[in-house]
Design a protein around this ligand. Structure first.
Ligand code: NAD
Length: 418
């Protein structure tokens, strides 16, 4: 990440303001959309393995539930703040609206460093979070899911703790669960898969042959790793040039074998040192001359400071908030095609919604049906945004906001909230 820091919530509000102006939203609706409807901050005492009690801070924000129960992941991160969670909750609201699933947006987080915690400590922290935040949750209220540094195992512990509180199974309260406890097939790679479906559609719009396209991935976690392998599996794109994680990046102009790279990362916990590659910094990765760039780490990667050097034709934002508003404008002016975060990474929440549906009628779909329905949702969302871009002559993120804000505002109006 760069040193230029934006408050992500201010950034989310700024983006909304721009959309509200173009849509001509009335002042009341606009003001209601600028703030979360509900939020909770909790302190979480947890007994650590050394016998001492440590108190963690946690958050849950329900940003807007006009279109349905709020939905959004829980992030475990040392730099978590309430404003990050608010911003992510706002983006979830626009994300569920852009893919047109009947849900609102929420988000949760705990300030902690999971890399320094044992499995037992993580389990006790996860259960404590549900003891505190569980009162806000439920399949008709608010349904969490995984995010940065939270896993299907953590979701299973959380779902189980909710069961002990309620006295009955409500698996749909949390998605991203392992398959044996009510997970959906196809959830593990859904975020990246949805992003790759969008890249496929963008390549059609731009007349780029994806088979020969080169690409680089910043952030080699869940989203980034699957993007690497799915680019080949779905689009036949083999020219993965560079990848990076929090420790640094590596590149090979002749291409990196995505499957081998994933295996190496899983075995060693890093991308550095992968045979046949040379080291590069995260900054360098962002400015490589590639056709497609996948920012797949955290916020504020592409800023006014480095955007002048970003050369990719398609920027597929698997991460949330990787591009600052100033950088966005500059990318648009130079003709880059940005697939904005809440469209590009909406595959995760879409399959999470499919998971809730399957949990509700207790009957599960086979993988091809999950992929087909995900493709339909992502393709429709992509073209709704692309059409809005063309009709309003605005950049893609603004176009995506116009689609989503209009849908959420309409629901609020119909319910008589504004
Ligand atoms: P993850 O924890 O699996 O992976 C994050 C990766 O980013 C790790 O490899 C980490 O080393 C790397 N990273 C951290 N700091 C970095 C830095 N400064 N430079 C380069 N790499 C860095 O998380 P994830 O689930 O893959 O999520 C990544 C992004 O995608 C986040 O912004 C998240 O909100 C977003 N997202 C994820 C999902 C999902 O289903 N996993 C869904 C929607 C959005």
């Amino acid at each position: 990440m760069t040193t230029e820091k934006h408050n992500p919530f201010k950034m989310a509000q700024q983006q909304l303001d721009e959309a509200a102006k173009i849509l001509g939203l009335d002042a009341g609706t606009h003001a209601a959309l600028r703030e979360p409807v509900r939020e909770l901050q909790v302190s979480l005492p947890v007994r650590m393995d050394d016998g001492q009690v440590r108190v963690f801070k946690g958050f849950r924000v329900q940003y807007n539930d006009a279109r349905g129960p709020t939905k959004g992941g829980i992030r475990f991160h040392p730099d978590e703040t309430i404003d990050t969670v608010r911003a992510l909750a706002a983006w979830m609201t626009w994300k569920t609206a852009v893919v047109d699933v009947p849900l609102g947006g929420g988000k949760g987080g705990i300030i902690c460093n999971p890399k320094e915690m044992s499995p037992g400590e993580l389990e006790r922290l996860s259960r404590q979070y549900i003891r505190q935040v569980g009162r806000m949750l439920g399949i008709e209220k608010d349904c969490p899911a995984p995010d940065v540094y939270t896993t299907p195992q953590i979701m299973a512990w959380m779902m189980d703790e909710f069961y002990w509180q309620k006295g009955y199974n409500e698996p749909g309260v949390i998605t991203g669960k392992p398959l044996p406890v009510g997970g959906s097939k196809g959830r593990n790679d859904a975020t990246a898969r949805g992003g790759v479906y969008c890249v496929r559609e963008a390549a059609k719009v731009l007349n780029i042959d994806p088979k020969g396209a080169s690409f680089a991935i910043q952030g080699f976690g869940n989203a980034g790793q699957f993007a690497a392998t799915l680019m080949n599996e779905i689009l036949g794109a083999k020219k993965l040039i560079a990848v990076s994680d929090s420790r640094g990046g590596v590149m090979n102009r002749d291409g990196i074998d995505a499957e081998e790279m994933v295996r190496y990362k899983l075995e060693t916990g890093k991308v550095e040192g992968f045979p046949g590659t040379t080291p590069i910094t995260n900054e360098e990765l962002l400015t490589l001359d590639v056709d497609i760039l996948f920012p797949s780490a955290l916020e504020n990667s592409i800023t006014s400071k480095n955007v002048g050097d970003v050369k990719a034709k398609i920027i597929a934002e698997l991460a949330n908030g990787p591009t600052t508003p100033e950088a966005d404008e500059i990318l648009h002016k130079r003709g880059a095609y940005v697939i904005p975060d809440f469209l590009c990474n909406a595959g995760g929440v879409t399959v999470s919604y499919f998971e809730m549906v399957q949990n509700s009628y207790n009957f599960y779909w086979e993988l091809p049906l999950v992929h087909k329905r995900l493709d339909e949702k992502m393709t429709a969302a992509f073209h709704a945004v692309n059409n809005m871009r063309n009709s309003h002559k605005v950049h893609n993120r603004l176009a995506a906001y116009l689609v989503s804000v209009q849908r959420v505002a309409e629901a609020m109006k119909l319910r008589g909230w504004v």
